[in-house]
Ligand binder design. Structure first.
Ligand code: P6P
Length: 362
């Protein structure tokens, strides 16, 4: 149940943290702050130095800063465009830029990172010499996913992926980012929606959700040990692209739309247009999100390193599945920082059906 360093286990669905002196009973599972939870997980990792915990806790603060600004959107001049475009050729919104800067400025002097990568930055973000050097981790992130929805007050999010530094160079290099998703040491996302929620998984641990209580400024444990249903009843895809799909994709989407009570079909169509929000709903309710490659964009739209891979890490830890064409997302060897991949992610049973269509077996 626990080792000499302690551990955190679910006992009769209540969370207790064991430490070397004894048992710290949770007053109730809603009273657990994310910081305490992260420390609890660290207790169960014998060789943990505390750097990973420190990194996560600093990142949590950055997301609170972003949440504060997102929640003011519409009241102060943070809406609208900056007039710039990013490497993706997408218009950069003021909140995009704010979120990007908030994470970089919060994380660059912690000493935990060797480098960062952001959807908003062309190359990797070096840790300047004036800051502590020698960090053991990389942080790749999409600072504000779904930003095209900002002005319409539709939920948006931050996605992050953490790898261990593997290069021998003194500073982080591109090679430290181009690692398979299965090598991630942690990943997560924040949704700025009806409430602000942070979901993460680390190491071999489970998937846990925390909801921000604005009255105390703390993320409190609200969804411990999230598991995605084996099959869902929801499919999420932008059918406006269907004229560009090949027959495999058309057959796949038609399958989910076909009336067949025996196999729980038709599924309901739900599409928010913000990846983290569509993913999060399917994680909790079950279902499959699809962003296929098409005639115009054979590799689809979504990015591997800071969108598909971190969500795939979360999904697999929650018992779900995630594939690109028919290769597991977590097995893909990245070649470039901003590479795009087709994405099929969600309930294992539903993703297996996608895989069969992609292989021409259905
Ligand atoms: P489309 C948002 O711009 C985003 O990057 C993801 O959050 C979302 O899933 C996708 O693009 C939506 O793309 O082409 O359907 O508008």
């Amino acid at each position: 149940m626990y080792n000499q360093h302690g551990a955190m286990v679910a006992v009769k669905s209540r969370l207790v943290i064991f430490d070397s002196e004894g048992v710290i009973k949770m007053p109730d599972r809603l009273g657990v702050t994310i910081n305490k939870f992260i420390m609890g997980e660290q207790l169960s990792i014998p060789h943990a130095t505390g750097d990973f915990s420190g990194l996560l806790n600093e990142l949590v603060v950055a997301t609170k800063v972003i949440a504060r600004e997102v929640n003011k959107a519409g009241l102060v001049d943070v809406l609208g465009k900056t007039g710039n475009t990013n490497i993706q050729g997408e218009e950069v919104k003021k909140l995009d830029e704010y979120a990007n800067t908030a994470i970089i400025q919060k994380m660059d002097h912690t000493g935990y990172l060797c480098a960062m990568a952001s959807e908003e930055e062309d190359g990797i973000i070096e840790i300047e010499d004036k800051h502590p050097q020698g960090g053991s981790y990389t942080l790749a992130f999409d600072p504000l996913d779904g930003s095209s929805n900002i002005d319409a007050n539709v939920s948006i999010g931050t996605i992050f992926s953490i790898h261990r530094k593997i290069s021998s160079a003194p500073k982080g290099t591109l090679a430290d980012f181009l690692q398979r998703g299965s090598e991630q040491v942690g990943a997560g996302y924040v949704i700025y929606g009806s409430s602000t929620m942070l979901v993460y998984a680390a190491g071999q641990g489970g998937v846990h959700g925390f909801t921000l209580d604005p009255s105390i400024g703390e993320f409190l444990l609200s969804h411990p040990f999230i598991k995605i249903p084996e099959r869902g009843k929801i499919y999420s895809v932008n059918e406006g692209n269907s004229h560009k799909w090949d027959d495999r994709i058309k057959g796949m989407v038609d399958y989910f739309k076909t009336d067949d009570k025996q196999t729980g079909r038709p599924y309901s169509s739900r599409y928010i247009g913000t990846l983290v929000s569509d993913f999060h709903r399917n994680l909790l309710y079950g279902g499959v999100f699809m962003y296929p490659g098409d005639a115009d964009n054979p590799n689809g739209k979504l990015r591997l390193l800071y969108e598909a891979a971190p969500l795939a890490f979360i999904c697999e830890r929650a018992g779900g599945g995630s594939i690109a064409d028919y290769e597991d997302i977590l097995d893909i060897e990245p070649t470039t920082l901003h590479q795009r991949v087709p994405l099929y992610i969600g309930s294992k049973g539903d993703v297996d059906i996608c895989r069969k269509f992609l292989k021409g077996e259905m």
